[in-house]
Design a protein around this ligand. Structure first.
Ligand code: FMN
Length: 238
């Protein structure tokens, strides 16, 4: 199986330690590809909308975005991580997610996403771990991913991993190891079940695309939906 990890920070801090603990049961069994932000996707979306209107390959940051997209499309499991920065995902994570706006369901979702599984790991000092996870979940769910597990933690005191009270460290490690064991038992040969929310979003976007296609049959997103057969009877899930 293949795992693609998107680290919202390059720091080898608490987020990194939790992610490493999650990956532990997969080491030696899975092919793991990791991206560290901002290093592996340093450019901000300029708002040129070329990816929406034409081709994502024409994006000024395509050399960074395309390898990430390829790794995501090939992966069976995604791991996204971020510490809370002012109640939200790191700016680097947000900047990377912006590059995939064209993959949101009202535009050109990849059919592969509907069968993927994802884990989101966030943590904070006192508050904001849930809103941080939501920032990431918003994109994943609008890409079409239904099977998303959020693992969010609060430190409530010390923020340096080695200085955390032993009880705190071991309770977080125990909790993430439990989730990791569950994910390691999944049969990744079978795609995840597309949930009701993903299907509702898909059908709402299908109505939108049908209307857009009537107004302009040459519209990029409509042509993509039509080519996939989604305006007809085909669906992106199995
Ligand atoms: C710019 C910045 C903003 C932060 N904002 C929050 C916040 O809104 N809420 C919070 O509880 N902690 C906040 N923190 C603290 C971090 O979430 C916390 O120290 C976390 O453990 C850092 O994770 P790391 O060791 O993986 O870097 C912030 C830290 C930074 C650097």
């Amino acid at each position: 199986m293949k795992i693609t990890v998107i680290n919202g920070t390059e720091k080898r801090g608490v987020t990194y330690r939790l992610k490493e603990a999650f990956l532990e049961p997969f080491r030696g069994k899975a092919e793991i590809t990791e991206f560290y932000l901002p290093k592996d996707c340093p450019g901000f979306c300029s708002g040129c909308t070329t990816c929406f209107r034409k081709e994502p390959e024409l994006c000024k940051d395509a050399c960074y975005v395309q390898p990430i997209e390829k790794a995501l499309l090939e992966a069976d499991l995604f791991v996204f991580t971020s510490p809370a920065y002012v109640f939200h995902a790191t700016g680097a994570m947000k900047a990377m997610l912006d590059h995939f706006g064209y993959r949101w369901m009202p535009h050109r979702p990849a059919k592969e996403m509907f069968g993927k599984r994802a884990v989101i790991i966030t943590q904070c000092l006192g508050s904001g771990e849930n809103s941080t996870a939501k920032d990431i979940k918003d994109s994943l769910s609008w890409w079409g991913v239904s099977y998303i597990k959020k693992c969010s933690y609060k430190l409530m005191g010390e923020i340096v991993w080695d200085k955390l009270p032993e009880k705190k460290r071991s309770s977080m490690l125990k909790s993430i190891a439990k989730t990791a064991r569950k994910f390691a038992l999944i049969d990744y040969g079978k795609p995840a079940h597309a949930g009701i929310m993903a299907k509702c979003k898909f059908y709402a976007c299908r109505i939108l695309q049908t209307k857009l296609g009537k107004d302009n049959p040459e519209y990029t997103d409509y042509k993509y939906w039509k080519a996939n057969g989604w305006i007809g009877k085909a669906r992106p899930w199995k």
